[in-house]
Design a protein around this ligand. Structure first.
Ligand code: SAM
Length: 299
């Protein structure tokens, strides 16, 4: 950083930036923690772009800028943080651009345009990082997974690694391997497209105000592209996981009769398996088989 800035804690006091519960604001004031999040993300100066969602007063943003990456876009909904973020941009040769808006709605083309990136080198990486607002973290992840599957937005421009904070329980569900009790729809849909792991658990005491639950960082890297009917797969997962205690044979029979199919569904799934015992690849294969039988969606 070129210019000495006040600490984020002092800025919050100076601007009277009390945390808004409606925006799930819980701030981190310990730079050791934000530096570690950035190390977990694997950001290097050679990467194309880092998009930070929900920078708030900007401590994680400072850690991102410390990597010397050339383009950082901070996407923040709450206008109260824009002056402190602008100050940070001024102190960093404007490598940081600030976009005020809702991460659920901002078009990714706006992000690339603001960063001044007209053509992304596909060999260079893009990162999405964020201490996400807990109330929008899962819908945002689902939206990004859809874009990744379609190779659209940032996901159409380059390889995108995501390093995101979730409530610990949600993080464990996202990363849950087959045959574990946390395994659910969110685990399978995420692991269909990404490798997912938890490199860092963060206790609730690290935040101000202290939330009720601990948090965890989830690191996601896209897997090799695989053609699949993604919406249909989501329907299949909903069908199975709303019947979590039933056996696969029971669920498959139910599906067969609901779809009025005359022949049994081809499947390699063990008839006694419960949904949590079914592998990601078996679910993908089932969705592909349904598609081949002319089924687009489950109602
Ligand atoms: N990154 C900061 C930190 O670690 O101290 C703040 C994290 S706080 C948990 C979440 C931040 O996301 C807040 O600054 C909040 O205003 C912002 N936010 C909430 N909903 C948002 C949305 N839909 N789009 C963009 N930012 C949002």
């Amino acid at each position: 950083m070129n210019v000495k800035l006040p600490s984020v804690r002092d800025l919050v006091k100076l601007y009277g930036l009390s945390a808004k519960q409606t925006l799930s604001q819980n701030f981190i004031f310990d730079k050791n923690i934000t530096d570690k999040i950035v190390r977990c993300a694997g950001i290097t100066a050679a990467d194309s772009l880092v998009v930070e969602v929900g920078p708030g007063p900007g401590l994680l943003t400072r850690s991102v800028l410390d990597t010397n990456v050339q383009h950082v876009v901070a996407l923040e909904k709450d206008s109260r943080f824009i002056p402190t973020l602008t100050q940070l941009a001024d102190a960093n040769d404007h490598r940081l651009k600030i976009l005020q808006g809702d991460a659920m709605k901002v078009p990714h083309s706006d992000i690339l345009q603001l960063a001044g990136i007209h053509r992304v080198d596909p060999l260079k990486r893009i990162h999405i990082v964020g201490n996400l607002p807990f109330n929008v973290a899962t819908p945002l992840l689902i939206q990004w997974l859809h874009l990744l599957q379609q190779r659209k937005g940032l996901f159409g421009a380059a390889e995108v690694w995501m390093t995101l904070m979730f409530q610990k329980e949600v993080a464990q569900r996202i990363c849950a391997p087959v045959n574990t009790p946390d395994r659910g729809r969110l685990s399978v849909i995420t692991q269909t497209l990404c490798s997912a792991n938890i490199p860092y658990l963060i206790p609730s005491s690290a935040f101000l105000p202290k939330p009720k639950v601990d948090a965890a960082i989830v690191h996601l890297r896209p897997l090799q592209y695989q053609e699949m009917p993604f919406d249909l797969l989501e329907d299949v997962l909903r069908f199975f996981f709303t019947r979590k205690r039933k056996s696969a044979s029971h669920i498959l029979n139910l599906l067969q009769s609901q779809l009025k199919l005359e022949t049994a569904l081809p499947s390699s799934i063990d008839s006694n398996a419960r949904p949590e015992n079914i592998t990601t690849q078996q679910f993908i294969q089932l969705a592909i088989s349904l598609r081949e039988m002319g089924i687009d969606r489950l109602s």
